[in-house]
Every structure is written in C-alpha cells, then in structure tokens.
Design a protein around this ligand. Sequence first.
Ligand code: ADP
Length: 582
Amino acid sequence: MVGDEKSKLKALSDIASIDITLEFNAILQNILKITCEAMNAHSGTMMLVDENNELRMAASYGLSPDYPERVHEAAKKAGVPLTFSPSGAVLETGNCYIVPNVFEEPRCKPWDDLSKEFGFSSQVFTPMKRGLKVIGLLNVYVADPHQFTGEEINFVTIAASQASSVVQNARMCSKLKDNLQELKDYKEHLEEKIKETHKKLYESEAKYRDIFENANDCLYIHDAEGNFREVNNTALKLLGCTREEIIGTHMSEWITPESLKLAQNSLDNGLAGGHAEQQMVIEVICKNGEHSWMEIRRRLIKENGRITAIHGIGRDITEKREMEQQLKESNEKLEKSYEELKEADKLKSDFISNITHELFTPLTSIKGFTELIHSGDMGEINEEQKNCLETILRSSDRLSRLLKELLDAANLEKNQLELQFAFTSINDIISKSIMELQPQVKDKQITIFQEIPTLPRIWGDSERLTQVVINVLSNAIKFTPDNGKITITAEENTDSIKISITDTGIGIPQDKLLRIFDRFYQVDGSTSRRYGGMGLGLSICKSIVEKHNGSIWAESEGKGTTFYIVLPKMTANIGEPDVTSN
Ligand code: ADP
C-alpha cells in the first residue's frame, strides 16, 4: 500500500520544508496529510501532549471535522481516558504500536463504533519524540485489516520524527513570534512612556523656567571661570540690560573690583574644600553705571571635585543698606547729642552746686546778723522792727530750704548724695518733723492726729529720713486749707515699717500720682504760683527712700491725699554700721 521510494522521499522532504511560520494547526495538518498520502492511507490523526501531560487531538486527515470530538466523547462514554487507546501504550513505551485489526484490539474497543462508521480497520501509532520524551503521535489508519510491513513502519517513524522536528521548530517559531510581539508591545509601551516623560519634562521645565524668570530675587548661573550662562528677568531688570548683553560676559564687567576679589576669594576657598554654600554682599555695576548692593547666596556645583558651575541668588539690598547707613548716622548723631546733653547736664549740675554754695554764704550772714539784731544784743528794737526781722528770718529759712533742695537734687544727679547709715528711730524722726513744722501748723490752725506705736529702730540715715517726713508733712500742711486735719500713722510689719501721712487737702488727680515724683513736676502752674515750691522735694524723697531699699507712693481719691513710706527694718545690703553709703 505504501507508495514508491521516490514518493516517500519526496514526502519526507515535503515535511522538512513545511513553512513553519504558518499557523501551528495548519502545519500539523500538512504533515499529517503528506504522510497519509505517501502511505496511500485511508485516514490519519495527529495528537499532542499538552502542558498538563494529557493527549489532545491536534489534526485529522480523511475524517470529518467532528472526528476528534467524537473520539473524546467515545472515551468519555466508555469511562476511559484517551491514554487507554493504543496512543497510551505509545506514550508509556515510546515505541510504535501496531493494530492490524482494530476490531480485535482490546485497546480500540471504546472506539469500535467510530472505526466502523468512518471505515478503517487497521492502525499504526507512531511516537513523535524530543529526545526521549514523547511529545505527540502520528497515526495512520488503513481501510482494511492490514499487516504493516517493516518498511511501512520505518517510513511512518521517520515521518513522525520529521514531524516532531517541524513541530518543535514551529513551536519555537511561535514562541519567538510571541516574544517578538511582546518585544513590540514593550517597545510601544516604552515609546509611550518616553513621550509621556518628555511631556512631563517639558511641563516641569516650563514651570521651573517660569519660577526662575519671575522670582523676586535675581537668579543666575555662571561657570567656574565666572562667565554668565543664565540670568533671570529680575536680574536683567536690576542690571538694566538684555539677556544677550550679559550671557557669555564675565562677572568682572558687572561688579566692582573689590566685590570681584571677594567673590574670587570665596571661590578659592570653595575649591580648597570649604563650604559649597557661600554668602556675601557685593556691589553691582548696572548698565547705566549706577551701583547697587546685593546680598548673594551661591552654591558651588562640583563634579569629581571640580567646580563646574555656580548657582546664585541675589537680593537687592541697596535701599536696606542706605537705610542702615542713615540709621547708623542718626545713631551716631544721637549718641553725640546725648554726650553733649550729658555734658551740658553736668555743667548745669555743677553750676547749681556752685551757685547754691555761693548763695549759702551771704544767706548765712543775713540770717546770723538778723538773729543777732532780733536777740536785742545789739541794742533794743521795737515790736514793729522785731516783726520785720522775724519775716526776714522766715524768708531766709525758706530760701535756705530751697537752696538745700537744689543742692540735693544736683548731688543726686551726680550720684553724690551721701547717706550716713546708723540705727535710727522712726518715732524720733516723726516727732522731730512735727516739732520742726509747728509754726506752719499753728499758722493754719491744723490739727495733727498721731497713731504711732513704739517702733523698733531701723538701719537708716536719720537726717535724710527726717528730710523725707518733713517734705511730705510740709506738703500736707501746704495743700490743706486752714483748720484742716492731718493724720500720721505708723505700723510695724514683719520686715518693714509703714508710715502714712493723710491730709484733708486739695487732693491729686489719679493720672498725676506717679508724675509728682518726677523732678520739677508740679500738678499745675497756677498751683505752683499759689503754693510756691520748685517741684523738687518729692523726687529727692523718692531717691532717699529708694536708697534705703524702701518705697514711697501717694493715693488720692478726690479730696485729700495719703502718702505712704515703707522702709525695711534692716537693709542687709546697705553697708555695715558706721559705713557710709551713697
Ligand atoms: P513742691 O516743692 O512744688 O511742693 P514737691 O516735689 O514736694 O514740690 O511736690 C510736687 C507737687 O506734688 C506739688 O507741687 C503739688 O502739685 C503735688 N503735691 C505734693 N504733695 C501734695 C499734697 N499733699 N496734696 C496735693 N498736692 C500735693
């Protein structure tokens, strides 16, 4: 039944030269067809082992298209796998399986009906191998029962082996095709990605360009030699030039030689391994020749230890610098004026000290001789003369008090008011002060009430503290109308003694209660004329009390005023007994 030698050779050569780029199933179909035709066979099938190691009908020849399906159905119906057929034996052994008569072959039983229907009676099952592994089967069916000859078996075996190579090549080719497609897809994907990245890059470049150009500060890039590579609009505006006029030029054309030296020095420092971030103030020369000042922050860009570029940010500080300069000049002027003022103040204090000393001398003579005449030791005087002399004496005392106040104020200013610290009795100080002011008290018919317990002695300057109490008390008398009332109290607290002097006088407005302790301050001018005084007394009192580490303040609500003086019992940090402090 097999064709002649020539047609067999042709068949094998046809199988070998099948176009492996064809669709896979078409290749299998071709191989099967060529083999069956060369064998003058009734029909044939080709089966392949799939990835699950199961047999799959891959092609059929001379049979209806539903044959493969029918084969599977018959196996299913008989409850056997496809490997139950002679194909299974080929899979197991790797050898050909010859069935001279299908109706006598037990392995063909499930498909007897099919064989009858399709009209074949004998079969040869041939393995398609890759190495030792069976990858499929090439099966040839003959219409009548047939004893296959060795020659026929040989031919089918060679055809199967050829078919196996073609299948492998086709598979490889298909794999290559798949890979090629994958590569093509990947290439397209990459191209898409590159496009996207380009777009993003362009957008980000545009964004940064916008920020670069319109930043508030001047931005620039120059190379290691100092030639400008990039400058933004802000810098162009400041320099008053166009981009073309600056790009490629050396920075020495745009900054003063001093600034160039500064920039060069810090560049050398950066080269020597110093900071890559540098800050400096440079003087810029604009295109029109005007100079501006810029605060520069720049970064040295290095590659392999070599500076390749310098990125700089510059802020125009011309106005700020001018203002600083003006501020410096006005500060210097202010300092000079202050010095002059201090000098003038010193001259004034010296002058007051000198003049008061000068005035004291004649005043002492006036007082001395008046007292002498008043005493009658220089001859008898009548009542009228006596009254006149008493007026002179009172005025002299007043003048003497005013001069003393002036002198104290001048000394305080020069920090030359000396205090003599000793154990001092506040009770004595208050009694002495009241005694001293008896004439005024009497004159104005004022009643003085006292609520003063016996107090412990404190560490203080008795004379100066008496001066304080007299000053406050005499003010109370001065600003209280005739027949008024003054109350003096004192109390001992844990660490201090608190004295209060309350009058029923004109009172002090709330907003003036602190100011009355300022030098030369009087509540108002008309009061000063009416009540006299220089507005110095309370400022001196405040200094004296504070030198005792105490405090003095006034309280007034409409009518009447209360002055409080608080003195510490012992002032540990103010000298030792018998030590003079100022
Ligand atoms: P002056 O010599 O003018 O009295 P002071 O420094 O002793 O100077 O007092 C400053 C001002 O404080 C006084 O001019 C007066 O206006 C106000 N003053 C002081 N004590 C009293 C008081 N007890 N009642 C009302 N006003 C007072």
